[in-house]
Ligand binder design. Structure first.
Ligand code: PMP
Ligand code: GLN
Length: 383
């Protein structure tokens, strides 16, 4: 017999849209541009290094905050890229993917009744993590169609109970970037408050044209209240490795680690060793902007003449396409029909909003082989 009252902690939460659309893609044998993951192989060299460490016996628990050589390598990467120093001993922790780092950071700082501001469309894990910890989510919408932040609205959401502001740049699902002035605004907004900023920067290297990544660590006052989150799943095309990191000043990292030790304790040992060797060479990640910009351009150029209209994409590996010239269906309905009838899976943007905003746009992941992108575009052009 089932227990009669479970008292669900997330009564309104279903299966994530990524799992739903990927499942539908498999069921209908569709080209899967929905869930964000590459369809091309990762570096052979990196695989060899992981093998090396496994064979050499690096297979037991890593230290709780992560392998020190990886923490040092991340520290050097941030110094090189942003002229910003994090102490590997006290300010860097390796996580089992960015999702875990986000959950740990939110759990460490949200108490019952605290408020967290998120900007919608928002990555799906932020709000449930806040709510599971007894917090309240407040939402501001990014301004369609460029998805810039709405400064007045964000400022109006701040109260004495605001504990977290969660930002994400480069932005999933829209491909927009927070610019220097946006970060300066956030820095000023937080001044004199107890707001902690969680800056989800998992697409830190996937930036196009002449733009640069405005990491929270580049703004000295903001850095003092920020937790920066990264993911090697994105950087090394290995989403299945679930290895990421968190950076924060020592007083915040101390609290983060108290929770980290009970959520995962430590993450995958041989992969940490391998990545620490591999990221010592900046050429192993510096090419990513050009690499994905080319993929974006192949996809968008192949759509020239189609009824789909590309929105601006300055970073990440996601391209939004407006389908208003084709259909007035709701995003989820159209995305499902596209998968079932035409064999192309994408992700609707509406589930990234609590109240399901509809802008007749779908997200397509272009972290795919050129042949996959061209095949998908050929089908889309016929619709
Ligand atoms: N944040 C954003 C914005 C993401 O897109 C993702 C995953 N695609 C994550 C966090 C989670 O990263 P990970 O796979 O390392 O858990
Ligand atoms: N972050 C990936 C995306 O945006 C998916 C991650 C997941 O499936 N949870 O598609």
């Amino acid at each position: 017999m089932e227990i009669s009252s479970l008292n669900s902690k997330l009564p309104n939460t279903g299966t994530s849209i990524f799992a739903v659309m990927s499942g539908l893609a498999i069921e209908h044998n569709a080209i899967n541009l929905s869930q964000g993951f590459p369809d091309f192989p990762i570096s052979e060299e990196l695989i060899d290094i992981v093998n090396y460490y496994m064979k050499e016996g690096y297979n037991q628990y890593a230290p709780m905050p992560g392998v020190i050589s990886l923490r040092k390598a991340i520290s050097e990467m941030f110094e090189q890229n942003h002229n910003s120093y994090y102490n590997p001993d006290t300010e860097i922790t390796i996580a089992a993917g960015a999702t875990q780092a986000l959950f740990t950071a939110i759990s460490a700082f949200i108490n019952k009744g605290d408020e967290a501001i998120i900007l919608e469309p928002a990555y799906d894990s932020y709000a449930p993590a806040v709510e599971l910890n007894g917090g309240r989510v407040k939402r501001s919408k990014l301004l369609f169609p460029e998805y810039k932040i709405n400064r007045e609205e964000i400022a109006a959401l701040v109260t004495g109970k605001t504990r977290l502001l969660i930002i994400n740049s480069p932005h999933n699902p829209t491909g927009s970037l927070l610019q220097k002035e946006d970060m300066e605004f956030i820095q000023k907004l937080c001044k004199g408050t107890d707001i902690i900023v969680i800056s989800d920067e998992v697409y830190e290297h996937l930036i196009f044209e002449k733009h640069q990544h405005e990491s929270a660590c580049r703004f000295s006052e903001l850095k003092k209240r920020s937790i920066v989150i990264g993911s090697f799943g994105k950087t090394f095309h290995a989403t299945g490795w679930k290895t990421g990191f968190a950076l924060a000043p020592e007083y915040l990292m101390k609290e983060f680690r108290k929770v980290h030790q009970f959520t995962v304790f430590a993450s995958n040992t041989p992969i940490q060793y391998a990545i620490s060797d591999y990221i010592k060479k900046p050429e192993n990640y510096n090419y990513l902007g050009d690499f994905f910009q080319k993929k974006r351009d192949i996809f968008v150029n192949a759509l020239a003449g189609s009824k789909f209209k590309p929105l601006t994409c300055l970073g990440t590996y996601f391209q939004l396409l407006d389908y208003s010239r084709i259909s007035d269906e709701k995003e989820l309905d159209f995305a499902k029909r596209l998968t079932i009838e035409h064999g192309i899976a994408s992700v609707p943007v509406s589930p990234f909003y609590k109240y399901g905003e509809e802008n007749q746009s779908l997200r397509f992941c272009f972290a795919k082989e050129e042949s996959t992108l061209l095949k998908a575009a050929e089908i889309l052009c016929k619709i």
